[in-house]
Design a protein around this ligand. Structure first.
Ligand code: ADP
Length: 497
């Protein structure tokens, strides 16, 4: 860089000032004039870079031109990308990067056409520019485009990595380190491509590193000052995990928005469940009073049969309502994550038998055989005994309710390891469920082929059972054939699906 004289140094300094202040002013007034002027400014700098390359340049080797002027502009793109990234959003930054790349490619093509004309038709040049500049530039410009793409990605990536890993350092340090590192890397790669293996390689490298680093540091200073003085404050967007940093190129910000929306709706869902839980609790108290007093009246000797019938109906409906409210309370408790699991080692065969014995009474009077089928080896499960039993009661209760004759079998399907459980099946030879209803039966209040409140249940049992299974880390599925029977399965391990 020995041929860089004082005057050209001054012109370089002025260039950096012009670009930095120009970009910052245009960015500052973006709300009034939009970002278009800044984008045009950056795009036209590509052309300006070429003019500077021909006015302040060094010829290293016999056809290699190194331009400190265009190096300054190259650094400025990264500075502007970082500025836009830090104070606007990812789509805008992406737009800027694409804009720069388009300008770069357009310029490369135009230069190539010009070079072709100059060489083929001996077109006259008013300015005394070296023809090599046009002849070789497109190649370097295209390479520059690729480098610019990589550098833009690196700037964002490195800045974010630094703010994750070195969060104690001030923002200014992140900016300086980011720009300096990316520009140095760029200088090394660029020099290698330009002069790798040549005797003048070190000269090129020194020039590149010096030019890019010094202009990069000045740009970093402008950026830090601007952020602190003119637009202080926190960033509006920030990737949550390091791999999301790549979102700038992969539209992942959309995924973030959706995730945010999901969080909001999940919160709303929890709030709704809490409200329901509260309401159900408030409803139970007066209802218990109604049931209690009606019971007293029914049991009083009343001569009037009609009164007794009406009171019995009140009692019956009151009890049904209470079951419904209790179910609703259960469901909302599970949904709002209010239940706490008490894990313990459970002998599953024993639990099934115990539950079956409890419900046996409900099958009395029906020609139905109840069976528990289990492997020879005792099967154990680390689970919440009460919750699992609640699910089994619901499934076995349904099986008994909807089976008039035949058998009901509760089976344990052993896992790969001895003594473990892969699946628990509750199968019956009852009414079965039409195929169209198979998905819906897990929805709250859904009852097959019945529009009103059924005497047989509330339509909440399966919804509660499924929610409980989810909490326990299991999955539930159903197979059924109308008129032949149903099989409900609790998949303890997922490969048992
Ligand atoms: P319910 O309180 O009505 O039993 P559930 O949520 O437990 O509510 O079940 C929903 C509906 O699914 C039942 O009303 C019934 O139509 C159907 N169902 C559930 N289990 C069986 C079964 N074993 N056989 C036939 N139908 C069933």
């Amino acid at each position: 860089m020995s041929s860089l004289n004082f005057q050209s140094m001054i012109s370089l300094g002025v260039e950096v000032l012009f670009v930095a202040i120009g970009a910052l002013v245009l960015f500052y007034f973006r709300r009034r004039i939009s970002l278009a002027p800044l984008f045009i400014f950056v795009g036209s700098n590509q052309f300006l870079g070429q003019v500077l390359a021909s006015s302040v340049y060094l010829v290293v080797g016999h056809d290699t031109v190194v331009s400190p002027g265009s190096m300054v502009l190259f650094s400025s793109y990264l500075f502007i990308i970082l500025l836009v990234y830090l104070r606007t959003d990812i789509p805008t930054t992406r737009g800027l990067i694409i804009g720069i790349l388009v300008a770069n490619i357009t310029l490369a093509a135009l230069l190539w056409f010009t070079a072709y004309q100059l060489l083929s038709y001996e077109t006259q040049m008013v300015l005394d520019m070296p023809i090599e500049l046009f002849a070789i530039s497109p190649r370097y410009f295209l390479f520059g485009t690729l480098m610019l793409l990589i550098d833009s990605l690196l700037v964002v990536l490195l800045y974010e990595s630094l703010s994750f890993r070195a969060s104690k350092l001030p923002q200014g340090a992140h900016i300086v380190l980011t720009l300096a590192t990316v520009l140095c890397l760029d200088a090394v790669v660029f020099s290698y491509v330009l002069a790798g293996g040549e005797a003048y390689f070190l000269d090129v490298l020194r020039g590149q590193v010096l030019g890019k680093l010094s202009s990069g540091l000045i740009f970093a200073f402008f950026l830090m000052t601007y952020l602190r003085v003119f637009e202080p404050g926190l960033r509006t967007h920030r990737p949550e995990i390091s791999k999301d940093i790549l979102s700038i190129f992969t539209h992942r910000e959309r995924y973030h928005q959706v995730r945010e929306q999901l969080k909001v709706s999940e919160a709303a869902n929890v709030a709704k469940s809490r409200f329901l839980a509260h309401m159900s609790h408030e409803l139970r108290t007066p209802l218990n009073a109604i049931i209690g007093f009606t019971n007293v009246l029914v049991n009083r000797r009343t001569e009037n049969d009609e009164d007794r019938l009406l009171l019995t109906r009140v009692l019956h409906n009151g009890k049904h309502l209470l079951v419904l409210i209790n179910g609703l309370l259960d469901l909302s408790r599970i949904d709002s994550g209010k239940i706490e699991l008490q894990q313990e080692k459970v002998n599953v065969g024993e639990l099934l038998q115990e539950t079956m014995d409890q419900l046996e009474g409900q099958a009395l009077g029906k020609p139905v055989v109840l069976k528990v089928v289990q492997p020879a080896e005792t099967c154990w499960l680390e689970t919440d005994r009460l919750r699992l039993q609640q699910v089994l009661i619901n499934l076995l209760g349904n099986a008994i309710k909807f089976t008039d004759k035949g058998e009901i079998t509760a089976s344990i399907i052993a896992g790969a390891e001895p003594g473990t459980v892969a699946r628990i099946d509750i199968a019956d030879s009852g009414a079965g469920i039409p195929e169209d209803d198979l998905q819906s039966i897990f929805e709250p209040f859904y009852q097959v082929g019945d529009s009103g409140v059924s005497d047989k249940g509330t339509g909440l049992g399966l919804a509660i059972s499924q929610a409980l299974c989810k909490q326990l880390g299991y999955q539930m599925s159903v197979d059924s054939e109308l008129g032949k029977g149903s099989r409900f399965s609790i998949h303890i391990t997922l490969n048992a699906m």
